[in-house]
Ligand binder design. Sequence first.
Ligand SMILES: *[C@@H]1O[C@H](CO)[C@@H](O)[C@H](O)[C@H]1NC(C)=O
Ligand SMILES: *[C@@H]1O[C@H](CO)[C@@H](O)[C@H](O)[C@H]1NC(C)=O
Length: 351
Amino acid sequence: MISTTFCALLLASVLQASCLDNGQARSPALGYNTWNAYGGDIDEDLIRATADLMVSSGLKKAGYHYLVIDDAWSNLQRDDQGRLHANSDRFPSGMKTMADYVHSKGLKFGMYSDAGSHTCLGYPGSRYHEKEDAESFADWGVDFLKYDNCWAPASDWVIDRYTAMHTALNGTGRPILYSMCDWGVGDPWLWAPKIANSWRTTGDISPNWESMLRCLDNTIGLSKYAKPGAWNDPDMLEVGNPGLTEQEQRANFALWAVLKSPLMVGTDLRRLSKTALEILTAEEVIAVNQDKLGVAGDLASSNARQVYAGPLEDGSRAVVLFNRHTSGTQYPLSNVTVQWQDLGKGWICFS
Ligand SMILES: *[C@@H]1O[C@H](CO)[C@@H](O)[C@H](O)[C@H]1NC(C)=O
Ligand SMILES: *[C@@H]1O[C@H](CO)[C@@H](O)[C@H](O)[C@H]1NC(C)=O
């Protein structure tokens, strides 16, 4: 017992020393992002409507505080000074006005850029413009930046590209949550905790079961790299989207919560079903995700059924019993056996 305690304490102090010091994401980010629902089909009326709905639906009250505009918000060209501007057709009021509106609802404002020459949809990326873009974001009142990985020059080292934006964001003096979206390229969990508040562990999720399982599987074993201020990100939620059954949406939410993933809603809030809202606002599940201990859960045992588990601040454990099968002989629900000793894996140092 004594050696076990030592082990846990030692781990905590080592991890603390190497963590990004910007005060953000002490627990995983909770919010909304436009990509999964709309792709590039976004404009300022949609953002205002989404902000309104985050409040009126109860999502804000449940803890979802960030509203993030993903790809396709800018003009196709920078201006003569090399600055980015909001898309003149779809965001004629400009990004400062958007930020002010989102803030007026008591929400935080997030934006998107890319560590290559262009974003995934072909808008200007921030590579070699990190400083002026970070300054624009800070001027507009941005609180969160998702930073993508399209159009990256092959000669350019992924760590350099992501560190350049980290340095630029820090230089603005504005606290901005930095959400790295490098798709897990270059094992970011090994180096990103020093520069970012979260890093993607996988390619993009799509609204289907196989894709969700792939994102989950690519995140197994990475819990040890997560800690307050620095989280694994298996990508945004598909809860509410056609393509996943209700049971599958519950699985998406429960698993992401116990992995201490950021929980970013990605569905059309104008058509949000009562069931999807219930899943997204399940208090106990959100409480697991936001637990103050800040230790990510992980795969604890894997037989016909999988068990995911992680420790909580009050000394209890959060456990997800998971049946991956949607058809065939493995599908019908049956008893799942869990050994107590399996539930502690990844936290207490078992020999
Ligand atoms: C910039 O980095 C320093 C050193 O890690 C840190 O103390 C400071 O809070 C950071 N500032 C911002 C705005 O992130
Ligand atoms: C599950 O366990 C209960 C209690 O031990 C037992 O009665 C039941 O038959 C089991 N069900 C299955 C499908 O194994």
